[in-house]
Design a binder for this molecule. Structure first.
Ligand SMILES: *Cc1c(COP(=O)(O)O)cnc(C)c1O
Length: 220
């Protein structure tokens, strides 16, 4: 099936309150354009350089979401245009995003990435770290960033029960962290393999790549 068909089919199966981030990493700008022509406007990339290059080539009404690990020294390349950063995992990184956002007179929306998987390789904060960060004076001084929710990735496993429990724990944490000052509307969880479970557990933003664009070829 074409990318356009994949998108139409996919959208039919997700509830209206769920935002679809089409993950275009490793796919060339022409493929992104196919999805754009099928009405998709939100795209996710995990590398700064790749996102910047596509941003420069593609229509300016695209909303670019950074979903991969972000190094502080690279924030400056995307600060003028990035629409949402899913992968904030330290106060140091937030301070840098704030500094770069200020230069462009913007407030940049961010999600805290929470470590929910039972795997060594994933980035993210623990629940306690997230709570501490949000209650710190350093955080409260930052006026050019806005934390709008949480992001998490479940363990890469076939065990549905485990994935479900990991998503449920993130959902619970989000509810716990919400206050009158901190609304945290966004819960980014779920990818091609597990978005259904994620939506059942309260996700309202899913990051889907291969189901829309096909398999990734990292060698290219
Ligand atoms: C690549 C990636 C996705 C999409 O994965 P698919 O399995 O292709 O849907 C989602 N989230 C993050 C953080 C990713 O890096």
């Amino acid at each position: 099936m074409s990318i356009a068909q994949n998108l139409y089919e996919f959208r039919k199966n997700i509830p209206a309150h769920v935002t679809l981030v089409a993950v275009s990493k490793t796919h060339p700008a022409e493929k992104v354009m196919e999805a754009y022509n099928a009405g998709q406007r939100i795209f996710g990339e995990n590398k700064v350089q790749e996102m910047l290059s596509k941003y420069e080539q593609l229509p300016k009404d695209i909303q670019w979401h950074l979903i991969g690990h972000l190094q502080t020294n690279k924030v400056k390349y995307i600060a003028s245009f990035v629409s949402l950063i899913h992968s904030v995992d330290s106060i140091k990184l937030l301070q840098e995003i704030n500094k770069q956002a200020l230069k462009h007179n913007r407030v940049i929306d961010c999600l805290l990435q929470i470590y929910i998987a039972n795997e060594e390789t994933k980035f993210g904060l623990s629940s306690q770290d997230a709570e501490q960060l949000l209650n710190s004076t350093e955080f409260n001084e930052l006026k050019n960033i806005k934390i709008v929710g949480l992001m998490g990735m479940a363990t890469n496993t076939d065990k549905q029960e485990q994935i479900k429990n990991e998503f449920a724990s993130l959902s619970l944490l989000l509810q716990k962290l919400r206050t009158s000052n901190l609304k945290l509307p966004t819960l980014s969880m779920g990818m091609s393999s597990d978005y259904k479970l994620a939506i059942e557990q309260g996700s309202n933003m899913i990051r889907v790549g291969s189901t829309i664009f096909g398999e990734r070829n990292y060698a290219v």
